[in-house]
Write a protein that binds this ligand. Structure first.
Ligand code: M6R
Length: 615
């Protein structure tokens, strides 16, 4: 779970690598490093800390010249974050240099064997073992770098996206992938290598996404050659045209990516249903679903697998699918599902939800379901991501790049897409009338404007945040469709402000959490007009009589809750199953402002990474 960047061409490599690493910091940011080749000499710089620390060190310590280079931003797996464990790593001869995203699981046994052969190691990493294994094979069998890498990769177990060069052949980089993403940007006499396309988007729109167990030979003045690691066969890779542009990955005047992404939600939701929600015709068109409607309609059940925020979207979808399409749904943490020997039937449909499309646990759950014959449908944001490619079919959320580690627009666009799917299935099953479907479509089409309106409460939410920023604990309560929103609100606060928060179904409060309530406990209650409103109002009364501080999310014009709550944040009215799209917004803003007031690193919270490609 790291970011890798490489360049070979006619430009200076360092500025490209540095900027690329900054864009990839969402993948990990506990240490960073760069290696540049200039006139057969390699200049290295590695440091604990962020890419900005690396830049400072490079400017004072090494020459940044050269038109071949590789760089890395790390999220530690093997070995603590320090200068030595940072990438790039070098082989014992000093000739081979590598960057790696992933984990080599059998590195210990390989390391022992290499030590027996006289190799020494300075870091605790699996990557240093890999580069020396490549070197050992290269020397022992007198192979070119590409062949040595291929042979070494056949001996390792685990996951990798790597880029390796040999300083004695400064015209070539070898890249390979298994389980971790790797894109190759193809320019005019220049090539870029990166964990995603963001580092090279201003230089080229053409890219090859390597598939698992593929190796690319990237040589100055030649076309990229891709081979299968298993049997050396040549692969005819497709060059894809990239659709993202540079504005989408910059902050655009906002202080943080998270805030920018919260404010992007009206457009992101619109992009999710663009061309798919056809109000005039009264239909939903999802090309990835259309050819597989029978799979869903005849499914014994739908199993949704996901992690974190995507799992919360899955929980919302459970309510929506069962309510609208009357298909039984189970929602599973991907990490639990894959390890508990689950019963999977051939007529099950598995929906995998993932913003990044790279989450290792979700990917493993997909592989398990496929091995049992289930049909897999991927709901991803990142186009071309591994999960989208591993699924039998799927649909993209089209939210645009999400850079802030805390997921915001990914969540609302996932719910939007899953709502479209549920509506399409309900109409295919004939359990929703044309006029009901049309009403839902009209309501859904109004959501972007309503989200915009909800965002107008930002200044007031900032005031509320001031009152509670120093609180040690928070409770979030919601019912029905808004129970998962309560979970999501609590997760958002925890991950960026480090304040302990718990989400609960409102009615569960009396079975335990009520014991936590006193005058110091803020409780965020989602109490919109539709969905057990009276019951939630009773819960609010119970909180009030125990002196808890109530922050209520209510429907515009509500009066009953206003009398009870300490703070009231209004959201526009909508049909019940769409309320999560509106109630989520104030919770995102609340956690954002509290984190900013506490001076936390909002976009890159401690210990986290944007895409979790380790199990
Ligand atoms: O890329 P994915 O949607 O698969 O990621 C899943 C989780 O890692 C992710 O949602 C995580 O919980 C976020 N930090 C939440 O804000």
């Amino acid at each position: 779970m790291c970011g890798i960047v490489g360049y070979i061409g006619h430009r200076q490599a360092y500025p490209i690598i540095l900027k690329g690493l900054q864009r990839l910091e969402y993948r990990g940011y506990d240490s960073a490093g760069v290696a540049l080749i200039n006139e057969n000499e390699v200049n290295f710089c590695k440091t604990k800390g962020k890419v900005a620390d690396l830049a400072a060190k490079v400017s004072s310590k090494i020459s940044d010249k050269g038109n071949l280079g590789i760089g890395h931003t790390r999220w530690a797996t093997h070995g603590v974050p320090n200068d030595t464990n940072s990438h790039p790593h070098v082989s014992n001869s000093g000739n081979l240099v590598i960057i790696h995203n992933g984990i080599i699981e059998n590195y210990e046994s390989i390391k022992k064997e290499l030590i027996n052969r006289g190799y020494t190691f300075s870091s605790d990493t699996d990557t240093e073992v890999l580069v020396n294994l490549i070197e050992e094979i290269k020397i022992r069998e007198n192979l070119k770098l590409g062949r040595a890498v291929r042979q070494a990769l056949r001996e390792v177990v685990g996951a990798y996206a790597i880029a390796v060069f040999d300083k004695t052949r400064p015209d070539e980089i070898i890249a390979a992938k298994l389980g971790s993403p790797l894109a190759i940007g193809i320019g005019e006499d220049e090539f870029f290598i990166a964990s995603d396309a963001s580092p090279f988007i201003e230089y080229t729109k053409n890219a090859i996404y390597l598939e698992d167990e593929e190796l690319a030979i990237i040589k100055r003045g030649h076309e990229v050659k891709v081979r299968k690691i298993k049997d050396d066969s040549l692969v005819n890779s497709t060059i894809q045209e990239l659709k993202i542009n540079i504005d989408q990955i910059e902050k655009g005047g906002y202080d943080h990516f998270m805030l920018k992404e919260i404010y992007e939600q009206p457009n992101a939701i619109l992009d999710t249903f663009r061309g798919r929600l056809l109000v005039n015709e009264g239909i939903v068109k999802l090309s990835g679903l259309e050819n597989h409607l029978d799979k869903f309609i005849n499914a014994r059940r739908i199993i949704i697998v996901a992690c974190g925020t995507s799992w919360h979207a899955g929980l919302v979808a459970e309510y929506i699918f069962e309510d609208l399409a009357r298909i039984p749904v189970e929602v599973e943490y991907a990490s639990e599902f894959r390890y508990r020997n689950p019963i999977i039937y051939e007529d099950d449909v598995l929906i995998a939800i993932s913003q990044s499309g790279e989450t290792a646990d979700t990917l493993a759950a997909i592989k398990l379901a496929k091995s049992k014959g289930a049909f897999v449908f991927g709901v991803c944001n990142v186009v071309g991501s591994t999960i989208s490619r591993e699924s039998h079919s799927g649909a993209y959320t089209h939210a645009g790049p999400e850079i802030g580690v805390a997921s915001t627009k990914a969540f609302t666009t996932q719910i939007t897409l899953l709502s479209l799917m549920a509506l399409r299935l309900a109409s295919a099953k004939g359990i929703i009338s044309k006029s009901q479907l049309r009403e839902h479509l009209i309501e859904l089409e109004l959501i972007p404007e309503k989200v915009k309106k909800g965002l107008q409460s930002d200044a007031y939410i900032q005031e509320v945040s001031k009152v509670y920023k120093d609180t040690a604990n928070f409770l979030y309560l919601g019912r029905g469709y808004n129970f998962p929103v309560a979970l999501e609100g609590a997760l958002k606060l925890k991950e960026i402000s480090y304040i302990h928060a718990e989400g609960y179904p409102a009615a569960e409060m009396k079975h335990g959490p009520i014991a936590l309530i006193d005058e110091n406990m803020p409780i965020v209650v989602i109490a919109t007009k539709k969905g057990h409103y009276e019951k939630v109002v009773s819960n609010i009364q119970e909180i009030k009589s125990r002196k808890g501080k109530i922050i209520a999310i209510v429907t515009e014009g509500d009066t009953s809750v206003k009398e009870l709550a300490d703070h009231v944040i209004e959201v526009p009215e909508t049909t019940e199953f769409l309320t999560p799209l509106l109630t989520t917004i104030p919770l995102q803003l609340l956690s954002y402002h509290i984190a900013v007031m506490l001076d936390k690193n909002v976009d890159q919270p401690r210990n986290l990474a944007k895409s979790v490609t380790v199990e």
